[in-house]
Design a protein. Structure first.
Length: 351
């Protein structure tokens, strides 16, 4: 895809959730046409007739489709934005139509857990059957040029045309530059990183900490306590990532600290809202059943808790949130426990 012709191209987005719709609208400002794929015909009809999706107005040059073959025929560049629990199935359905020349930049901040797959990344032996979405794309398709978009992307603010930014990470500079050309405008900045895996881990692991920050807000423990929790949460995120073969640097940038700040301080964050509701005494089943979209942090807490058992790593925040979700400990008891936990050196991961 020639960068000089970006204003004439058609790009695709898979997923009609809030972020998928927000991203489609951003792309529509720079690209000639955007194809937005909806999984069900009922959803597609609703969007076509109303030209609205929740608080998103759908731009005129966005076409709603339900045909994956049409998407791949018309679009060399595709942005899959679907929950992690559905991601592998979606890629399997998409794969027969994908060619090596396609470029996929995903925006899914969650893990895939597949017992039938073996991990062949020597840096990730300890992660065994846990995969990022870029690894799922490699496993299930012929696509070579893969990237992710990560950062503080609260979709309601993007829909309101408020300033924001993202990181596009890929091993290929071409993917980063193409993403920048398609998305960057005077209110939405794009930064680049060649560390795809670590950038993905930033977006995934911060959801754990966002759930915990919500419980602190729900208990009205104050800003000092929240700041303490977020900084300790960052340390835990990095230790998990290092165990999985990730690097520290992306965690200190927009995809790491930037996204962490946004999702640990805004009620627009689904994961933060889960923590708020847990602190008010709601049961996890009631919370998840009432949510319009998936809060990835719930599944991530479950996955990392199970993973930690066989990987010789202590993750007190994740362990405690797991116990809260499964009613093994009350929120009040959990915070008292965390204040007594024998943390030692403040920062060790830079050594």
């Amino acid at each position: 895809m020639a960068l000089k012709n970006i204003y004439k191209v058609t790009v695709g987005v898979i997923g009609t959730g809030n972020f998928g719709t927000a991203l489609a609208n951003l792309l529509s400002e720079k690209c000639n046409k955007v194809l937005l794929y909806a999984r069900s015909k009922e959803k597609a009809i609703q969007l076509i007739q109303s030209r609205k999706n929740g608080y998103h107005e759908i731009a005129d040059n966005i076409d709603i489709i339900t045909d994956l073959s049409l998407l791949t025929e018309k679009c060399n560049l595709i942005f899959p934005i679907v929950p992690s629990i559905n991601f592998r199935e979606m890629i399997k359905n998409l794969s027969p139509y994908l060619k090596p020349y396609h470029i996929l930049i995903h925006g899914t901040k969650g893990f895939d857990f597949d017992k039938t797959k073996k991990n062949h990344n020597p840096l990730k032996e300890s992660a065994s059957q846990i995969f990022t979405m870029s690894e799922v794309i490699r496993q299930e398709s012929s696509v070579v040029r893969i990237g992710c978009i990560a950062g503080p992307n609260l979709s309601k603010e993007i829909a309101s045309k408020m300033p924001a930014a993202s990181v596009i990470a890929s091993e290929f500079d071409e993917v980063i530059e193409l993403g920048r050309k398609c998305l960057k405008n005077d209110r939405f900045l794009i930064f680049g990183s060649n560390d795809l895996m670590s950038t993905e881990l930033c977006g995934i692991l911060k959801n754990i900490i966002a759930v915990g920050a919500g419980t602190i807000e729900g208990m009205k423990l104050g800003e000092n306590a929240k700041s303490l929790f977020i900084t300790r949460g960052m340390v835990e995120m990095v230790e998990i990532a290092k165990k999985m073969g990730g690097k520290v640097e992306p965690f200190l940038g927009l995809a790491g600290i930037g996204d962490l700040i946004a999702t640990c301080s805004s009620k627009l964050s689904r994961n933060y809202s889960v923590g708020l509701r847990l602190a008010s005494g709601e049961k996890l089943n009631h919370i998840t059943n009432s949510m319009r979209e998936v809060a990835e942090g719930i599944k991530t807490i479950e996955t990392i808790y199970e993973w930690s058992k066989s990987n010789h790593i202590r993750i007190p925040i994740t362990e405690t949130l797991f116990k809260i979700m499964h009613e093994q400990i009350r929120v009040e008891e959990a915070h008292a426990y965390m204040m007594k936990f024998p943390f030692t050196n403040e920062i060790e991961f830079l050594n």
